[in-house]
Write a protein that binds this ligand. Sequence first.
Ligand SMILES: Cc1cc2nc3c(=O)[nH]c(=O)nc-3n(C[C@H](O)[C@H](O)[C@H](O)COP(=O)(O)OP(=O)(O)OC[C@H]3O[C@@H](n4cnc5c(N)ncnc54)[C@H](O)[C@@H]3O)c2cc1C
Length: 386
Amino acid sequence: MAFPRMHLEPEHEMFRDSVRRYLKEELSGDVERWREQGHVDREAFRKFGEQGWLCLWAEEEYGGIGVRDIRYDQILQEESVRWTDIGFFHNAHSMLVGPYLDRFANPAQKARFLPGVVSGDVIMGIAMTEPDTGSDLAAIRTRAESKGDHWLLNGAKTYISNGIIGDLFVVAAKTGEGRGQIGLFVVTSDMEGFSRGRHLKKMGLPVQDTAELRFDNIRVPAENLLGDPGKGFAYMTECLAVERTMSAISSMAHAQTAFDLTLEFVKERRAFGRPIGAFQNTRFVMADLRTRLDAVQSYLDQCVMLANEDKLSPEDAASLKLLSSELQGDVVDAGVQMHGGAGFMDEYPISRMFRDARIARIYAGTSEIMKEIIGRGLGLGERELR
Ligand SMILES: Cc1cc2nc3c(=O)[nH]c(=O)nc-3n(C[C@H](O)[C@H](O)[C@H](O)COP(=O)(O)OP(=O)(O)OC[C@H]3O[C@@H](n4cnc5c(N)ncnc54)[C@H](O)[C@@H]3O)c2cc1C
């Protein structure tokens, strides 16, 4: 009984059918193994690449299909969350890191990097966060020194998604003394001086590999610099609106799935001679969640349309990310409660979803930072936050 998705056309629903069929038949059987090994198979990226589902936006000359309609990315993400796992970070590859190549790489860089990225042979990550700083990005300490034909890169990053299986990282590094003077560099795992640290153990998202990276005197060729060496901060601000939209898509797909599982459960499970769904408290909790899910989903779908036209403001993206991640938290929490003891058992998906959801209020910018961005957009305070 969800509210109609007014922004989708019949061709999007046809696409959804084929994605769903493929994921159920080809990938859903691998998820348990991915969880145990702590990362997806590289093959999963290649399979997505074979279907043409990585970096949909990439032009044909680079091996892509040139589709710039985020509704298709939204469907890929919604179906992946439902049929594989929220931790299969193909969306980070295509829509969090990909836009940096799309927007700031020159044609020669695109010709070098995009074909492997589109086929899934090369897996991407983005390395901004450091052991000493995350929210305050202008304070990063990783440094790139210009040496003419190359940059000398030194520093350390942490909490990097696809950090273990990734081959190509867009790395943020200081290029001068001014606060926020940052450049973005394409660093590949075969460069001398590149190393991976720990494969980090986490509260949730076991399928998504999160790792530390180190850069020791890496000679990054000058032609691996993206755009202007002093404008990385502005580039990140530009790309974070889409990143937050993608994060919201994940949150809402996760929340909708958790809601459906819980609804099914409360119709089946009985107490005091009737289904627990028949208690007024259960009805009210579920009605409240249904209403909020429909409202936020509609807002998200509108934001997707705005992002399609490159008109989504950082403030709207922050509102969307804040609302959707907080709602995801509320839905999984209520879902566990409605499941009773079963909600605490690993064998019930809601228990895993509860753990996986916690990070949504932290990564891609914390809820507090989202509120800061929205508040500053109202003219309250300075505007430096990303
Ligand atoms: C699973 C996972 C995957 C990740 N993937 C990536 C990735 O691929 N690439 C990457 O670069 N990073 C990644 N991150 C890092 C993530 O983006 C950061 O953890 C996040 O931005 C918060 O930064 P922090 O951890 O340094 O927290 P801090 O910045 O130290 O914040 C700690 C607390 O202080 C609060 N706080 C900070 N500043 C303010 C303020 N001005 N006002 C009010 N409160 C404030 C925060 O909201 C938070 O509650 C990932 C993290 C995780 C856990």
